[in-house]
Design a protein around this ligand. Sequence first.
Ligand code: KG4
Ligand code: ZN
Length: 320
Amino acid sequence: MWILGIDTSCDDTGVGLVRDGEVVVNLVAGQVALHEAYGGVVPELASREHLKVLRPLAERALAEAGIGPKDLSLVAATRGPGLIGALLVGYTFAKGLAWALGRPFYAVHHLEAHIAAAWPEGLEPPFLALVASGGHTHLFEVRALGRYRLLGATRDDAAGEAFDKVARLLGLGFPGGPEIERLAEGAEEAVPFPVPLRGQEGYEFSFSGLKTKALHLVERGLPGPALARGFQEAAIAHLAEVVLRAARDTGHRVLLVAGGVAANRALQGRFREAGLEVHFPPKGLSQDNGAMVALAAWRRHRAGFPPSPLSLGATPYWPL
Ligand code: KG4
Ligand code: ZN
């Protein structure tokens, strides 16, 4: 069974093909250069670029898999949350394709897709899932597919957003996460950063203090590598402290870490030594992509969830 999954929630055009739960093709067209001059994603430019690249990317994905549109059994796309104009491009494309082919369509929640990317075959809920990306820092208790309890989220910046902003302060490129990681790996020492919300109860996150601290240190002329390493260590320590407290309080021993930030090797190392069973997405599936959308649809279909009506619209705000 072939499933086509599409994600155009922000500035990446993602097209993935999954066959019987296995990722076969996963193509992502980024837009970094397009938004560079503006210091952030310009929604209208993002939508127009999705419109331009989506169809050729989908055709390339099918060609790489050696199949045609008629071989698809299901079509899926991210319905939200995200930039509405951007979402509409992929979502409407997928609905149109499903309708034209006479195949079921699945509207997918972006965060469920991130979780699906890290969810190994055979692992049964309940477990904890941290989604840390440029737009989200959300800790869920996954009770079943489609049944999530939000334990905590960020009060201010998302984790990935903090990496991006600190990278910008250091004059590094976008996305900032991999740049900070590279700089931190070459650092001989770390400038100490206070770990946010240390000693507090609850499962909320906060990253804006780290960003402000980084700004002050940059103004004082401290060296970039040591600063990057100090920031990264504090950000990871914060994520780990909150998540491990939740694991302790709830008794869960299994954790999924998903979203763009989950690609960070220091973060993976920190969580792996935490004494829990931890799962990360395979390479290429942490950041926004289409395969994770297809994986979520595959799980939904297999679990007997009905397809989505084609009358259902995309939505920028949608709690999981
Ligand atoms: O999941 P994603 O592709 O898009 C959103 O849904 O936001 O996440 C992108 C975010 C960016 O903020 C990026 O800097 C961050 O993930 N990121 C990383 C790393 N790779 C990507 N953060 C830390 N370390 C990394 N290696
Ligand atoms: Zn995402």
